[in-house]
Design a binder for this molecule. Structure first.
Ligand code: ADP
Ligand code: ZN
Length: 293
């Protein structure tokens, strides 16, 4: 089986082809310029390719309600040129196979549940901490949509008493994304995250905020795994700091061995590594293929 995949991120778009085991055969990437530049490049990549299904995992917010007139659209994004764009409609003009469409992080959660760090489990939550913070939710064997789709990157967090940075979220200021995404680190300390030393105070602060968010996630959804990906999580020293913060916040309330004894196997990096997004898009294509069989 050959499954096409598109991972549309805020800074770059990755197109690829893989199989029903999530193995990637080929891929390319290009910057997320305006739709009139991006869509012809996507078309060129898939031209002449025989595929059985296509999966699209994209930044949002998006419309995933199949009964809606704007199903398949990127909706209210502040990203210039990308508001109200009919993503699936553009593809349908020349791709005549089932097209799965979801958030990049819902895709990544599904991919991780099929082939990665949450393989064989019925639930997981996938966080990306990059230019923004996105959260995908897979529970009882299904991706969560509800009203539109989870947007847990924007949950409130308590500010650290010594953090005077006001946060960059245009909607909420100091929501999780506003204080913990890559740009917050850069604006707070004046240099990009990858230029800071492994023992810089930035990482304790990062863990302070993510620890709160993960506590809320555990209390609300009770996922069997929490997977943390995205550029900022390349700082591997964050994992033990975050796990400690989660335990400190929960304070013994959730009595489960995965938290009390094995938290190092509970809050973990993506098993699919930097391919989590693209493999996730393949997973969305596979899901749609199976739904149309
Ligand atoms: P995107 O969110 O656009 O999909 P990334 O997940 O790579 O892309 O996130 C980019 C953000 O992550 C930037 O703010 C960047 O500074 C930050 N980042 C990327 N790599 C690292 C790193 N090794 N250490 C810390 N921050 C990083
Ligand atoms: Zn926000």
């Amino acid at each position: 089986m050959r499954i096409g995949a598109i991972e549309a991120g805020g800074t770059k778009i990755i197109c690829g082809i893989g199989n029903e085991h999530g193995v990637i055969e080929k891929k390319i990437n290009f910057p997320t310029e305006s739709p009139d530049i991006v869509f012809p490049k996507i078309r060129e990549f898939f031209e002449g390719e025989q595929i059985d299904a296509l999966g699209v995992g994209t930044f949002g917010p998006i419309d995933v309600n199949r009964n809606s007139e704007t199903y398949g659209y990127i909706t209210s994004t502040p990203k210039p040129g990308w508001g109200n764009v009919d993503f699936v409609g553009q593809l349908k003009q020349y791709i005549h196979v089932p097209i799965g469409f979801d958030t990049d992080v819902n895709g990544a959660a599904l991919g991780e549940a099929l082939w990665g760090s949450a393989k064989g489990l019925n639930s997981c939550v996938y966080y990306t901490i990059g230019t923004g913070v996105g959260v995908g939710v897979y529970t009882e064997g299904k991706l969560v949509h509800g009203l539109l789709h989870p947007e847990a990157g924007h949950i409130p967090v308590r500010r650290h008493p010594e953090d005077s940075y006001e946060g960059f979220c245009p909607y909420h200021g100091d929501c999780l994304e506003g204080v913990a995404a890559g740009p917050a680190i850069e604006r707070r300390f004046g240099v990009k995250g990858h230029e800071l030393g492994k023992d810089h105070e930035a990482w304790k602060l990062e863990a302070y905020y993510l620890g709160q968010a993960l506590m809320s996630t555990i209390l609300l959804l009770s996922p069997e795994r929490i997977i943390l990906g995205g550029g900022v999580m390349h700082q591997e020293q964050l994992f033990p700091l975050i796990r400690e913060e989660v335990k400190r916040n929960l304070n013994g309330y959730v009595q489960h061995s995965m938290i009390l004894e094995h938290i190092d196997q509970y809050i973990i990096p993506p098993g699919l590594g930097d391919n989590a997004g693209l493999s996730g898009a393949i997973a969305l294509g596979l899901l749609e293929y199976n739904a149309n069989k």
